[in-house]
Design a protein around this ligand. Structure first.
Ligand code: CMP
Length: 138
């Protein structure tokens, strides 16, 4: 059934001018952009988004990186959205990402890995609501 996922293009990919190429791949893979914006997180706000990782050794670096420049959060819609989008972006570590995936093409490292994709329908809703008001999710 048609459903939604949440993504954000991360600071490394935005700064290098790769956001257009990434959005083109997303649309060519059949995803409809439901909502989109571009802005910069504060470090505190990045920390709230990644609160689930707060005990991890990479948490502080991750929050600094995610607030280092503009990001492009989006809500996307497609049949089987969460699983299909994770296939499109590839493994978290670009060294392990399959050929042709967004991370294989654009990620710099396991941290600066170009793009985020929600890991469940439940998290897609929580993460989309973090960035977009209900009236923006048409
Ligand atoms: P993502 O899966 O979108 O959300 C959690 C992020 O934490 C992940 O992308 C990476 O940017 C980062 N991350 C995950 N694992 C590591 C790691 N081992 N070292 C540094 N950063 C990581």
């Amino acid at each position: 059934t048609t459903n939604r996922t949440f993504t954000m293009i991360k600071p490394d990919a935005v700064a290098e001018g790769n956001s257009g190429a990434i959005i083109k791949m997303i649309e060519e893979a059949g995803f409809r952009i439901v909502a989109v914006k571009k802005f910069q997180l504060t470090k505190d706000r990045a920390g709230e988004f990644y609160a689930v990782h707060s005990a991890r050794p990479f948490y502080n670096d991750l929050c600094a990186y995610m607030s280092s420049g503009p990001i492009i959060p989006m809500i996307l819609e497609k049949e089987n959205a969460v699983a299909d989008f994770r296939k499109l972006i590839g493994a978290t570590n670009p060294a392990q990402a399959e050929e042709g995936t967004i991370r294989k093409l654009f990620a710099k490292s396991i941290e600066a890995n170009a793009i985020h994709g929600s890991d469940s329908d439940e998290n897609a809703k929580i993460e989309g609501d973090f960035f977009f008001a209900g009236v923006e999710q048409f």
